[in-house]
Design a protein around this ligand. Structure first.
Ligand code: UDP
Ligand code: MG
Length: 337
């Protein structure tokens, strides 16, 4: 065992690094109803992995990141992590968001392989065996592709489908469709990931960007065990915008293409109007058509200003260079830091 000083988001946190083989990261936001079942299934997975993959219990680490829960999740996890070795709770000072919780988990992980999974049991913990086996074949990233998503409404299914198709078309990076953050990565991907400091995070895209050998395997996404999604529409839109703006400047180009198209249309329409005036005794009358043109142009201009604003807002956020998240404390059997 070696004690090292670990610089995490400008907070000095002393971590005891063991020879960990596998770290499982679970972001938690108001999951009190699910936590007992989650822990039971993770513990049983840990036992199975010890048998099937010849690991010792000490080589498996769980990192829960409490993302400012307002229910009893923190207390439940704290009691559990203070009691058992290899169970760690990273507690945020407030709610920062799912992607930051996962980032914190990766930054604090010490395993040779690191699994990212949701804490609502939509990602079945038992599937981690398959992910781990595949990773041991020599892949750097094994992501879980959703064959089906049980218990999700048509609106989420359709918007998710459209979003992934759009992103695939626009982005030069190949971000796999029907894939969430449920995946296993190895140490070299995790260490590379730590170097990506951007403040707007779209982790599945960032991991695709890193490259190396990546492969997907199919799984069936379960229903939420309890409660309802913490991704309401507004958060989903923000997440989708982060995905698009982090990986492509294509929307900025749409503005110039649209501008050129409209200018061209205007030019030909102008020729048509002048032609009518010179060669016929007809003239174009009516303010209605004028209003329509003004409205369309005004709308197009506002949309393009909005798109530019989205990118400028993100440049502003990046330029502040703030830490991604603030850790209130880390709780494990070794003590509280
Ligand atoms: N989560 C989080 N912070 C948040 C929202 C969600 O840590 O602000 C966690 C949540 O507890 C869960 C995972 O992120 O473990 C995925 O969230 P959720 O199930 O609400 O998203 P969905 O599956 O509906 O997309
Ligand atoms: Mg969920």
């Amino acid at each position: 065992m070696v004690a090292i000083k670990y610089n995490d988001q400008s907070q000095q946190i002393s971590l005891m690094i063991k020879q960990m083989k596998l770290t499982i990261i679970i972001p938690i936001y108001n999951e009190e109803k699910t936590i007992p079942e989650l822990i039971a299934r993770l513990e049983s997975l840990s036992k199975t992995l010890c048998k099937s993959h010849k690991l010792s219990e000490k080589e498996i680490e769980f990192i829960f990141v409490n993302d400012g829960s307002t229910d009893t999740s923190f207390n439940l996890l704290k009691d559990y992590c203070l009691e058992y070795i290899g169970r760690k709770l990273v507690n945020f000072s407030r709610n920062f968001g799912h992607q930051y919780a996962v980032s914190a988990g990766i930054n604090c992980s010490s395993g040779d392989h690191i699994v990212i999974m949701d804490g609502d049991l939509q990602d079945p913990p038992e599937f981690i065996q398959d992910l781990y086996s595949k990773a041991l074949e020599g892949f750097d990233v094994v992501y879980a592709r959703r064959l089906r998503r049980r218990g999700e409404g048509w609106f989420k299914l359709i918007t998710a489908k459209v979003f992934y198709k759009l992103l695939k078309r626009m982005s030069p990076i190949n971000i796999p469709e029907d894939t969430g953050d449920f995946r296993i990565i190895n140490r070299r991907v995790a260490d590379t990931f730590k170097g990506l400091k951007e403040s707007h995070r779209y982790i599945r895209g960032m991991i695709s960007w890193i490259g190396f050998h990546q492969i997907g395997i199919i799984y069936e996404r379960d229903k939420r065990f309890a409660g309802s999604s913490n991704y309401p529409l507004a958060k989903m839109i923000k997440f989708a915008l982060d995905g698009i703006t982090s990986f492509t400047a294509f929307p900025l180009k749409i503005a110039s293409h649209l501008g050129m198209l409209l200018a061209l249309l205007g030019f030909f329409y102008g020729i048509y109007v002048i032609g009518l005036k010179i060669f016929t005794d007809q003239t174009i009358v009516g303010w209605a058509s004028l209003t329509v043109v003004v409205l369309i142009l005004g709308g197009a201009q506002l949309i393009t200003i909005g798109v530019i604003g989205e990118y400028i807002g993100r440049i502003y956020d990046e330029s502040k260079n703030r830490p991604l998240y603030i850790v209130e404390g880390i709780y494990n059997k070794g003590g509280i830091s």
